[in-house]
Design a protein around this ligand. Structure first.
Ligand code: SAM
Length: 247
């Protein structure tokens, strides 16, 4: 999958692409990165990418023309690689909040273009040049790069071949509207807290049952909003009733 990033700090994306699983996936040809700076598409002697807002006020606003030219350069690059134009996503705290469902939807695309704002954000007319506006949460970052990297990780780990154990994706938090069950590793006893006996029993069916019950209880306790949307089956209801008896 091709990730095309529009950023005044391409070195952030270059560094990100050189570390850990992302780097391995680049080497394996699963991921490809192109980060272009709008500064390279300016014509004034200061290579300006921002200017003061019309109407006054604090902060600077990103100029639309260098952003548009950078997006078009990415389009040409995708075309040269035989790919269709990448979906253009503007990272903004005003966008729809990104979810695992978005990650799944975007992971099916051949390419994604992520436009990172800085300063007070981008000139409003840039909105007409993008396909979607996405936020990674109800808080404000200095720039879109960290948001882009979060989105890239969430999307790319769903791609075939990216993770050693693809099965773990099915059980992960948010994969099926549930938070994931608790995990334990060595030692069996840590500072007075023991690993639940069922996990040491070797009984795979009992382990699966326990994990499902823990996932249900954890989701109900920590994310009642998600729990309210679950379609519980008879087994789930029995597990929850069992937990109430145990309490
Ligand atoms: N003045 C803008 C506002 O109040 O909506 C905030 C601009 S923010 C300081 C600069 C850039 O950071 C934004 O253009 C956007 O690209 C990025 N950014 C900040 N918070 C974000 C979030 N929660 N999700 C995605 N991008 C974000």
């Amino acid at each position: 999958m091709l990730f095309q990033v529009v950023t005044i700090f391409p070195e952030l994306i270059d560094a990100f692409a050189r570390v850990g699983l992302v780097a391995k996936s680049v080497e394996a040809g699963i991921l490809r990165f192109e980060a272009l700076s709008p500064r390279a598409f300016t014509s004034d002697k200061h290579n300006s990418v921002d200017d003061a807002p019309f109407g006054g006020g604090s902060g600077m606003v990103m100029l639309p023309e260098p952003l548009a030219l950078t997006m078009e350069a990415h389009d040409r690059s995708a075309a040269a690689a035989g790919l269709s134009r990448s979906l253009r996503v503007l990272l903004t705290p005003q966008g729809r909040v990104f979810t695992q469902a978005d990650a799944r939807r975007l992971a099916a695309l051949p390419g994604l273009m992520l436009i990172c704002g800085r300063y007070e954000g981008v000139d409003e007319r840039v909105h007409a040049l993008v396909d979607e506006q996405i936020s990674i949460g109800d808080f404000v970052l200095n720039g879109g790069e960290v948001a882009a990297m979060a989105l890239i990780e969430a999307v790319s780990r769903l791609l075939p071949g990216m993770l050693g154990n693809a099965q773990s994706l099915d059980e992960e938090s948010h994969a099926a509207g549930l938070l994931e069950y608790p995990h334990y590793t060595r030692p069996r006893s840590f500072r007075g807290h023991d690993v639940p006996a069922v996990l040491l029993s070797g009984n795979h069916a009992a382990v699966a049952r326990w994990r499902r019950k823990q996932a249900l209880l954890r989701t109900r306790a920590q994310r009642p909003d998600l729990f309210a949307q679950l379609a519980l089956d008879a087994t789930d209801r029995a597990l929850l009733a069992e937990a109430e008896d145990e309490a």
